[in-house]
Ligand binder design. Structure first.
Ligand SMILES: C[S@@+](CC[C@H](N)C(=O)[O-])C[C@H]1O[C@@H](n2cnc3c(N)ncnc32)[C@H](O)[C@@H]1O
Length: 266
């Protein structure tokens, strides 16, 4: 079955609601705020600039871009109408931030018209990242920058022991809710092939020892297994309870390398 993030809208209202919670939870983690602010710090926000986020989800990253954009304009593009609706509500009334439905494989912007493009955990969910990188390169002004920030899902772990059942959920999530769990290692070559000059390639550890950040892997994986008749709802409930038990016991340990690539259009 295809990665549900390829078409969030098709998952229906319940899945959209789950995704809204998961994205907002992750974006609020201190380490994620640090990762995002670190890459935004390296971008130029010129007066009246145009900045595009591709696959913006609930707009958690777009809101941070808008906070730095001053009198520039931020367009947050996202294919799921349900997520766009949620993003508009969450954003309140920021006058320099607009959400619209759109496909990152065919952006509506003119050649050489955009100062910065951001793709945050989007490319690991698409079939052909080359098309997205070519689109980013096309719409960027000369000197404009692309940020690709994505998780290394192949190395994602919730293991405290060999064959740990929570780690099985993390592995199952990477198999069924991600399109290319090996994407991060390919990014530098893909960006260069799109004609971009890679300026930075950085790895940061996202460690989850409290909060619901890694519950996404357990909850979505076990929901998928229940829906496919692989496990019972009782076992899914037990896996969620075990996550919470570890959190209270101080033994919750989720780990995920996060890659940030910053590339410039020459
Ligand atoms: C894991 S979410 C990340 C959302 C947001 N960037 C964030 O980090 O909070 C992946 C997003 O990619 C979007 N996506 C999937 N296919 C896409 C496409 N063809 N074009 C643009 N976005 C796409 C999904 O709808 C979803 O919102």
């Amino acid at each position: 079955m295809a990665d549900p993030f390829q078409n969030v809208e098709a998952g229906g209202a319940e899945f959209i609601e789950t995704v809204v919670g998961a994205l907002e939870t992750r974006a609020a983690e201190p380490i994620m705020i640090e990762i995002v602010e670190q890459y935004l710090e390296t971008l130029d926000f010129v007066d009246g600039g145009l900045h595009v986020e591709v696959g913006a989800g609930t707009g958690a990253i777009a809101r941070r871009i808008a906070a730095r954009a001053g009198n520039g304009q931020v367009i947050a593009s996202e294919p799921s109408a349900g997520l766009v609706e949620a993003a508009r509500k969450l954003a309140g009334g920021a006058s320099n931030l607009k959400f619209e439905t759109g496909d990152g494989a065919a952006l509506r912007f003119e050649d050489g018209s955009v100062d910065n493009v951001v793709m945050h955990t989007v490319l690991s969910h698409v079939v052909d990242p080359t098309v997205f990188l070519n689109e980013a390169a096309r719409i960027l002004k000369n000197g404009g920058r692309l940020v690709v920030c994505d998780a290394d899902f192949e190395k994602t772990s919730l293991a405290n022991a060999w064959a740990d059942p929570l780690d099985a959920c993390a592995k199952y999530f990477a198999e069924h809710f991600v399109t290319d769990k090996f994407l991060t290692g390919k990014l530098r070559g893909l960006a260069a092939a799109a004609g971009l000059t890679v300026e930075e390639f950085r790895i940061t550890s996202r460690t989850v020892t409290t909060g619901a950040g890694a519950m996404t892997w357990v909850g979505m994986a076990s929901m998928h297994m229940v829906n496919n008749g692989l496990i019972s709802q009782e076992l899914a409930d037990c896996l969620a309870a075990e996550y919470k038990r570890r959190e209270v016991a101080g033994s919750l340990y989720g780990h995920q390398p996060f890659v940030t690539l910053i590339a410039r259009k020459p």
